[in-house]
Design a protein around this ligand. Structure first.
Ligand SMILES: Nc1nc2c(ncn2[C@@H]2O[C@H](COP(=O)(O)OP(=O)(O)O)[C@@H](O)[C@H]2O)c(=O)[nH]1
Ligand SMILES: [Mg+2]
Length: 239
């Protein structure tokens, strides 16, 4: 027996298939990513006044691969078969003509079994501190392997950031490795995760198939440039 899928409401052009020009602009901007600095602890991070977008997730969720795909740079974030290796907060500057207009932050992955307990606790504290106190933090991107769904540690992270999300912090769950799912598995995990994400955005993503690349890139560009969005919106009436 086949179960008919519910009718899908018409999506605005910007949700899953942003206009080509917007996607190109966003991808061109992300391609400017360059290493800015690395810090073992929060207080070593420079204070910045540009919007910051943080990437978080369990080890092996596909975070480094996603950052490299979004920026179209092979080695920007170190993708490895040995999870738990990245123990620093890494910042990457974004912006054309060398003018930094936003920052991407790669936070250490969590939940890797082989990491000693003390180290795990220390990192959870560094991360929670960062997510709660970083002033210029504009958005959080949580990477999830959809075959595992949101795990307990992901839920804890959601609890930590919830008050800030309620105050306007942007939040996106990226369901990575979508190429490993069938179309119906993808649709199912997407709708479940939307319920769990508490008002945040959710997108399917595949580095190998480039699924969701334009949608995620456009979202990040929009979030890092709220003023340009506003000026675009008023332009037609201003003339
Ligand atoms: N098939 C597939 N594999 C992926 C994808 N993204 C990451 N991976 C693989 O998942 C593993 C972990 O990726 P990595 O980016 O290092 O994860 P991180 O620990 O979250 O930074 C690596 O073996 C990647 O090649 C994807 O979109 N599709
Ligand atoms: Mg990594």
């Amino acid at each position: 027996m086949t179960i008919p899928s519910p009718p899908t409401p018409a999506q605005p052009a910007s949700a899953d298939t942003p206009p080509k020009s917007a996607a190109l602009q966003a991808l061109g901007w992300l391609h400017t990513a360059r290493f800015l600095t690395t810090a073992p602890q929060l207080h070593f991070l420079p204070e910045l006044d540009v919007p910051e977008i943080a990437f978080v997730g369990r080890s092996n969720a596909g975070k480094s691969t996603c950052i490299n795909t979004l920026t179209q740079q092979k080695q920007l974030a170190f993708a490895s078969k040995r999870p738990g290796r990245t123990q620093h907060i890494n910042l990457f500057a974004l912006g054309k003509q060398g003018v930094m207009d936003a920052v991407l932050t790669d936070l250490p992955g969590y939940g890797y079994a082989a990491v000693p307990k003390q180290d795990k606790i220390r990192w959870q504290q560094v991360m929670a501190n960062y997510l709660v106190t970083r002033k210029n933090l504009q958005a959080i991107v949580l990477m999830c392997d959809p075959r595992h769904g949101m795990t307990e540690l992901d839920e804890i992270l959601l609890d930590v950031i919830r008050p800030r999300v309620e105050e306007g912090l942007k939040f996106l769950v990226v369901l990575t490795k979508a190429d490993k799912l069938t179309r119906s598995e993808g649709a199912k995990v997407l709708s479940i995760t939307k319920l769990q994400a508490g008002g945040g955005e959710v997108r399917l993503f595949s580095a190998t198939k480039r699924t969701g690349l334009e949608a995620v890139a456009t979202l990040l560009w929009d979030w890092a440039h709220p003023a340009s969005l506003a000026s675009l919106a008023v332009e037609p009436t201003a003339r």
